[in-house]
Design a protein around this ligand. Structure first.
Ligand code: FES
Ligand SMILES: [Fe+2]
Length: 377
């Protein structure tokens, strides 16, 4: 593939409507609840790194979206995930991530115990129960997949397997072989903004010359960003000053650009050939979002010592934190009023300006937030 996407192979990548977005799209509590139930609880989402559970009996407690899930490494090396809720009276079973020495989790309330798969293996005063209620008793399982160095969760049965769900992103992200990378840096921040605003902010380049005057505007050729929609996901290539051109027109786009992928609904992978930043916007309320950011670093590139690579990686992460701080300042200050969105030509002659906002609005709306969709989550 060429270093840049070229017309006309782009095809119709810029959806035209909507021309403006109502404030209710961001503020309406009912819309928010529908999004949680019908988007977040029906999507695959990366929950943690595989390297957080290197050994059998290691486990991670994932608390997001008003859910709590235990992800546990099994004796055979696979992972299992289950709701962190005791089947007796609903107590939270496991407090925090760790290593389960004996492979048994004991409920703190009345002492039911569960194995690594979430199966109930011990009931105190067993004779006081109707034995039929104890047959095959287990926590409610959660779908889990381990791919590209990450553990992904899906909180609903009615969605396809991860590969099908990711579509084009499967090959795009797979290119980086993130299983060879490690999450070396982490940062999180609560923002006073709706989760979609946060995603929007990282998917348009209009703000770069003003918001990121000091950090990005000289580095990214933001006017030349190229966008692609692979519904429900999207991505763009961002050329890098003094680098992309040197790589030549036939360079692979992964090697010559920052490739910026949005895995619907809430995770962005901003990939350089040797490292990447990955962040997720977790809704907390209509106007509050937890942004979690990870700095993911690959092996030292040829010709660099580990020490030098660590020094460069520290610098890359510090630069990213400065960018994030600039975005956060803006995001914490937003007022919601109906406002126009830039109208983008379907032919892509607007040079990749912020059509992803329109696209994201459409993708969210396409998720069928109407009542006709079943809600059994
Ligand atoms: S709620 Fe867990 S044992 Fe009773
Ligand atoms: Fe930004």
């Amino acid at each position: 593939m060429s270093g840049q996407f070229k017309d006309p192979s782009l095809g119709p990548q810029y959806p035209l409507p909507p021309r403006a977005v109502d404030a209710a799209y961001y503020l309406d509590p009912a819309q928010y609840e529908r999004e949680i139930e019908r988007i977040f609880l029906r999507s695959w989402m990366p929950a943690c790194s595989s390297k957080e559970l290197p050994n059998p009996r290691d486990y991670v407690v994932w608390d997001r979206l008003r859910q709590s899930v235990v992800i546990a490494r099994q004796q055979d090396g696979s992972v299992a995930a289950w709701h962190n809720v005791c089947r007796h009276r609903g107590a939270r079973l496991v407090e925090k991530s760790g290593h389960c020495k004996f492979g048994k989790f004991k409920c703190p309330w009345h002492g039911f115990s569960y194995d690594l798969t979430g199966k109930c293996t011990g009931v105190p005063l067993r004779e006081s129960f109707d034995q039929r209620d104890l047959v095959d008793l287990r926590t409610v399982p959660v779908r889990v997949a381990e791919w590209n160095g990450l553990v992904w969760l899906a909180l609903h049965d009615d969605i396809p397997e991860l590969r099908e769900y990711l579509g084009d992103l499967w090959d795009e992200l797979g290119y980086y072989h993130m299983e060879n990378f490690e999450i070396r840096y982490r940062q999180s921040a609560e923002l006073n903004a709706n989760w979609k605003v946060v995603i929007d902010a990282f998917n348009e380049t209009w703000h770069v010359p003003s918001t990121h005057q000091e950090t990005l505007s000289g580095l990214m050729l933001w006017r030349d960003a190229r966008l692609k929609i692979c519904s429900p996901h999207s991505w763009m290539t961002l050329p890098i000053a003094g680098y992309t051109e040197k790589a030549g027109p036939n360079a692979d786009h992964h090697e010559a650009n920052v490739c910026h992928y949005t895995a619907f609904p809430n995770t962005i992978f901003s990939c350089f050939p040797t490292h990447l930043q990955m962040w997720s916007a977790w809704p907390m309320s209509p106007t509050k979002t937890l942004l979690t950011a990870w700095g993911v670093v690959g092996p030292a590139p040829a010709g660099l010592t580990e020490e030098k690579w660590a020094e460069i990686s520290d610098r890359n992460w510090a630069h990213f934190l400065s960018v994030l701080a600039e975005d956060s300042r803006g995001l914490n200050d937003l007022q919601y009023r109906r406002g126009p969105l830039e109208r983008i030509s379907r032919r892509g002659d607007a040079k990749g300006r912020p059509a992803l906002i329109q696209t994201f609005v459409s993708l969210v709306n396409d998720a069928k937030l109407d009542a006709s969709r079943a809600t059994a989550c």
